[in-house]
Design a protein around this ligand. Structure first.
Ligand code: HEM
Length: 399
């Protein structure tokens, strides 16, 4: 570790704030890998991060992990839970306790037979999304454009994960989104925005920083929403029991009736599942730098979906060149649900519409907000396939 080169805390601050990489740390990874090579050490206040920007080395790190792997120590997220006496969830827990939580949460999130039972709930959300797209095209899009597609998908993801976890609908895709839901979505955004700022300072200073208070307030709101949803489900279960009805239900019902976790533990895990289910992009190790490496992916910035067609896949593609859901026993808990959501949504969308880029040719860059998100609105053309057959529309490449 001592032999590893890399920027000091001051140099890191200069890169982040002097050179302006605070919101593009993924790009900074690429620049740093050019300077320091595929393995380097960075200091961020109290945090020392070892950066790994090579597919072989990433494979080596991930393959040698033990029984209780730790991904990123999250002292600020853990700090909030400690402050409020909340339980840790799968994202923040460590060691044997983490393994216990995962062994309870895993089966109904990852086993295909359980995951497929969420199809009807997710399809309900998909139908609403297709309707929403149709409405947006007509009302604001001149019969073709949908503005801020990422924002709409974000609402789809929240509605989708709530339909799986709570078997309830939150109204994210309604014309007017309920105020509580809007506030939840806003709080998720604020929490991810503040996280990289809080982490720059030592723990002892947090109570004196104004953004720590804001950080605590947004977490309070996230836990409050989850608490209300879990309690509502508990009341429904109690009613069923009172009326002698069989207690049937999906994810949360199962967690509550199996009594493998206390209420506080269920709440801690459900809140983290909600967060992970709403705002997820890739962020571990230096996957961004690796998947932008010409040697791993020729033409990395070009959208070439055919590179994923099994028969056409380049034979030399590195298995760790792209690991969107992570690897090993600490890999994404929501992978199967996320895949199901994507298959169901994309198959319907593509059936209805041909999706093409913004005709203005606007280029959307990614920025870091703890996770990687688009810096500006993604606006796309949704061309009605039925209409198109009647009168073909001429436009450039489709997505
Ligand atoms: C396209 C969507 C998604 C992507 C790309 C994604 C990606 C990831 C990645 C890269 C990790 C870290 C894995 C590792 O370090 O090896 C992760 C962890 C996690 N994801 Fe996802 N995820 C997605 C959707 C979801 C959904 C829908 C949920 C909730 C149902 C979820 C819940 C989690 C949880 C709880 C963890 C932490 C697991 C642990 O540390 O034990 N994710 N995800």
């Amino acid at each position: 570790m001592d032999d590893l080169h890399g920027p000091s805390f001051l140099t890191s601050l200069y890169w982040l704030f002097g050179k302006g990489y605070f919101q593009t740390t993924h790009q900074m990874q690429i620049e740093h890998s050019k300077i320091y090579g595929p393995l380097w050490k960075s200091k961020y206040g109290p945090l020392v991060v070892v950066n790994v920007a090579d597919a072989d080395l990433i494979e080596q790190v991930l393959r040698q992990e033990g029984r209780h792997p730790i991904r990123t120590d999250m002292p600020h997220w853990r700090g909030y839970r400690k402050l409020r006496n909340h339980a840790y969830g799968p994202l923040t827990e460590m060691g044997a306790e983490w393994q216990r939580i995962r062994s309870i949460l895993n089966p109904r999130m990852l086993k295909p037979k359980h995951v497929s039972s969420y199809t009807n709930a997710i399809n309900g959300v998909v139908s609403d999304f297709i309707e929403k797209v149709a409405k947006l095209r007509t009302t604001t899009g001149n019969e073709v454009m949908v503005y801020d597609v990422a924002g709409e998908l974000y609402k789809f993801a929240f509605e989708g994960i709530c339909s799986v976890l709570f078997e309830t609908r939150m109204g994210c895709l309604n014309d007017v989104v309920p105020e509580e839901t809007q506030k939840f979505i806003f709080s998720v955004g604020e929490m991810f925005r503040l996280s990289p700022i809080v982490i720059l300072f030592p723990k002892s200073l947090w109570p004196y920083m104004p953004f720590w208070k804001h950080f605590v307030a947004v977490w309070d709101h996230l836990f409050k929403v989850a608490d209300e949803l879990v309690r509502k489900k508990m009341t429904e279960i109690q009613e069923m029991v009172k009326h002698g009805q069989p207690v049937e239900g999906e994810y949360l019902t199962h967690l509550l009736i199996s009594e493998q976790m206390s209420f506080t533990e269920v709440l801690g895990s459900i809140t983290e599942l909600l967060l992970a289910g709403v705002d997820t992009t890739l962020f571990h190790l230096c996957h961004f730098a690796v998947s932008n490496d010409e040697n791993v992916f020729p033409n990395p910035s070009v959208f070439l979906p055919q590179r994923w067609i099994r028969e056409q896949k380049q034979l030399n593609q590195h298995p760790f060149g792209s690991v969107p859901f992570g690897f090993g026993i600490r890999a994404c808990l929501g992978r199967r649900v996320a895949e199901l959501e994507m298959y169901l949504l994309l198959s319907q969308l593509i059936k209805h519409y041909e999706v093409r880029p913004d005709p203005s040719g606007k280029n959307v860059k990614p920025i870091t907000r703890t996770l990687l998100v688009p810096a500006t609105s993604i606006d796309l053309q949704f061309i009605d396939r039925q209409k198109e057959q009647e009168e073909p529309v001429k436009a450039n490449t489709s997505i």
